[in-house]
Design a protein around this ligand. Structure first.
Ligand code: PHE
Ligand code: NA
Length: 459
């Protein structure tokens, strides 16, 4: 493949296993951990949901993440080129490569709206820092959130700033841009998180927060909750749309994929749980509702900060945490697009600028979905999509279709198409029962689980 691979020798690599772990954890830890995980946990009653979520991560999410990373490393190019070459090497139909195309489109669409939501964190850093929450009542705080959403100019401004940061980091290259940013941002993320958990311990109702997250009450768990947990397992691990395949393509050969992926999964889970421990004690201490849905951190939490000593400082830190988490995920989403352009000879800086601009432009659809186009429901004639805006459809397309379908395809490819010997050599689990179990999961268990979620989400 060296001959078909073009400039294989010139391709950069992560400088160490740790660099890859930080980058991949940066991708995994995002709005999914700090925004979505707490609110879906709140909506689904806490502890029992958390248990099911942990099982989904361990049994289905991690094996697929491992498969995605090792496919990326084996391919050594952009996901699209890697998959096409692997199909040839493995003697499989080139049709399998469609997973990389779908991932490409999905990552593009995902970043277009992720950036808008990431922009909210920028706006809220400002609100928190100037003390806008202090003493405000529920109506005022709700109005602040509603006011931001109803203003296209505000949303566009922060969306633009967010995308500029992403383009600047990715455009500077793997080591000088991404690694450097990640090496600063990830430690910062952990420090911020621990500081916020400490604040929740001192000022919040920590006991109730703990109980809410860790005492399982299975009567509160619905089938819908189980499927939400499984769906979120893909989203939170960034697996299924070839973003981790792109990151895996820079992974040095000697790194053990199995061990590395487990580390990433543990860190991602830890952050989600710690985010819960930073949020729920404050919610309970102020007599607020944990099940507020998407508004949990933008309405409920500011209300709590507004009533508490130190709320200005710690509120600001909270939204800074959200921003850091969002940025390190966003740079992973644009990466497959930039790599694809690089494969075609476009320089990285230009590639980042070009793809960033197109993604930014698509983001305008999301900006308008909250205001001028709020009543535009493109698929509204189907009952499944009644009342869904363009933004809702984008989210559905990525979270409910592309991620599970991509995960399914990756599992099937690694489990059925790749020869067992190659899989064994790439994954680094030895050649005993653990490897057999891993392969069994990829061949049967993950595909079955994904199909269930998938069918459920469609009907
Ligand atoms: N894992 C990220 C989060 O939890 C989202 C993401 C999904 C990033 C898919 C990249 C690819 O927020
Ligand atoms: Na995540």
């Amino acid at each position: 493949d060296a001959t078909t691979g073009g400039t294989a020798a010139a391709r950069p690599q992560w400088s160490s296993r740790l660099a890859f772990i930080l980058a991949a954890t940066g991708s995994a830890v995002g709005l999914g951990n700090i925004w979505k995980f707490p609110y879906i946990t709140g909506e689904n009653g806490g502890g029992a949901f958390v248990l099911v979520y942990l099982a989904c991560i361990a049994v289905i999410g991690l094996p697929i993440l491992a498969a995605e990373v090792l496919l990326g490393r084996r391919g050594g190019h952009s996901p699209i080129r890697s998959m096409a070459q692997l199909c040839r090497r493995d003697g499989a139909s080139g049709g399998w490569a469609w997973v990389a195309w779908m991932g490409f489109v999905a990552a593009f669409v995902l970043l277009s709206f992720y950036s808008v939501v990431g922009g909210w964190s920028l706006a809220y850093i400002g609100h928190a820092a100037r003390g806008a929450f202090a003493g405000a009542n529920a109506e005022a705080i709700g109005g602040m959130f509603g006011g931001m959403l109803s203003s296209p100019g505000t949303l566009l401004l922060w969306h633009t700033v967010f995308m500029l940061m992403v383009v600047a980091i990715v455009g500077a290259g793997l080591r000088a841009g991404m690694e450097r940013a990640i090496n600063t941002l990830m430690p910062l993320l952990f420090v911020l998180l621990l500081v916020l958990v400490g604040y929740a311990m001192v000022r919040g109702d920590f006991g109730r927060g703990l109980e809410f997250l860790f005492a399982p009450d299975f009567s509160k768990l619905s089938t819908e909750g189980v499927l939400t947990a499984l769906g979120h397992a893909f989203f939170t691990l960034s697996t299924g749309i070839c973003v981790m395949m792109a990151y895996g393509s820079f992974l040095p050969k000697e790194v053990n994929v199995a061990r590395t992926v487990v580390t990433i999964g543990v860190l991602d889970t830890l952050v989600a749980l710690l985010a819960g421990l930073a949020i729920f004690p404050l919610v309970f201490a102020n007599g607020l509702e944990p099940g507020a849905g998407p508004g949990l951190i933008f309405v409920t939490l500011p209300l709590a900060f507004g009533q508490m000593t130190g709320g200005v400082v710690f509120g600001t830190l909270f939204f800074a945490l959200l921003l850091v988490a969002a940025i390190t995920s966003a740079i992973s989403m644009i990466e497959p697009v930039v790599e694809w352009l690089e494969d075609r000879g476009v320089a990285r800086k230009l590639g980042a600028l070009l793809s960033g601009s197109l993604i930014w432009a698509l983001g305008i659809c999301t900006v308008l979905s909250f205001n001028h186009w709020a009543d535009f429901h493109p698929l509204g004639f189907l009952s499944r999509f009644e009342g869904k805006t363009l933004f809702d459809l984008f989210d559905f397309l990525v979270s409910n279709l592309a991620l599970p379908l991509g995960g399914l395809t990756i599992a099937l490819y690694a489990g059925w198409v790749m020869k067992a010997d190659i899989l064994r050599e790439q994954i680094g689990l030895g050649d005993g029962a653990v490897f057999e179990l891993f392969r069994f999961v990829l061949r049967f268990l993950s595909p079955a689980a994904v199909l269930v979620v998938f069918v459920y989400n469609l009907v």
